[in-house]
Design a protein. Structure first.
Length: 209
């Protein structure tokens, strides 16, 4: 026997039931079924919203990171274009020796179109009459004989050649787009040495002479 039973709304709870009675052992409550499916639907919508929101936040973070990267690149390009900036060294890596940590903001090379001033230490091998007793480090200044820059796929490169007191120096700065910066210095009487650091606008540090 199939019968329908309708319960009047409960004024306090504002709910009602519509029950289909197939027999004494089986009853189908349409309201409970509807509520159960509604809860599942709300749960699914909530999960989708949370996932979408997470992706939106992640996209925003990536966009902000990309914007900062582009802004940094523009600043570096501007500095390189003016040929006026300062390289400040954090570490020194001589060939055949361990990396040496340097005192922050002490050692630098100042670049200008008509003058390069270097106050840098030196670790490594010296040639000719150069020895440790009379090695004053990479302290020199001179007019650039060459001052060129180029842009690669992942970095900028600046090449400068300077002569001072009979010594010829070649300085190559590599500035990656992610900010990692290194300076290679080679000369006619010393082996090559690489410094890791960063470049800044030409706010001159105090010169140590």
């Amino acid at each position: 026997m199939i019968s329908f039973v309708t319960y009047l709304p409960d004024l306090m709870s504002c709910s009602f039931s519509f029950i289909l009675i197939l027999n004494d052992n089986f009853k189908f409550d349409f309201f409970k079924f509807y509520v159960m499916n509604s809860k599942v639907s709300i749960l699914v919508v909530t999960i989708i919203f949370l996932i979408t929101n997470c992706f939106a936040q992640e996209k925003s973070k990536k966009e902000l990171k990309e914007e900062r990267k582009i802004e940094y690149q523009n600043q570096i390009e501007a500095l390189i274009g003016t040929k006026e900036f300062v390289f400040k060294a954090n570490t020194a890596s001589p060939i055949g020796f361990k990396t040496v940590g340097l005192t922050p903001n002490l050692y630098y090379v100042r670049f200008q179109p008509d003058l390069v001033v270097s106050f840098m230490p030196y670790y490594g091998k010296a040639y000719g009459n150069m020895g440790f007793s009379n090695d004053t480090g990479l302290n020199f200044e001179g007019i650039p004989e060459e001052f060129t820059s180029s842009t690669g796929k992942k970095s900028y490169q600046v090449k400068v050649k300077v002569s001072s007191e009979g010594n010829a120096y070649t300085l190559i700065i590599t500035i990656r787009f992610d900010g990692v910066t290194s300076l290679s210095i080679s000369s006619n009487n010393r082996s090559n040495i690489v410094f890791d650091g960063y470049i800044t606008p030409p706010e001159m540090p105090e010169e140590k002479r």
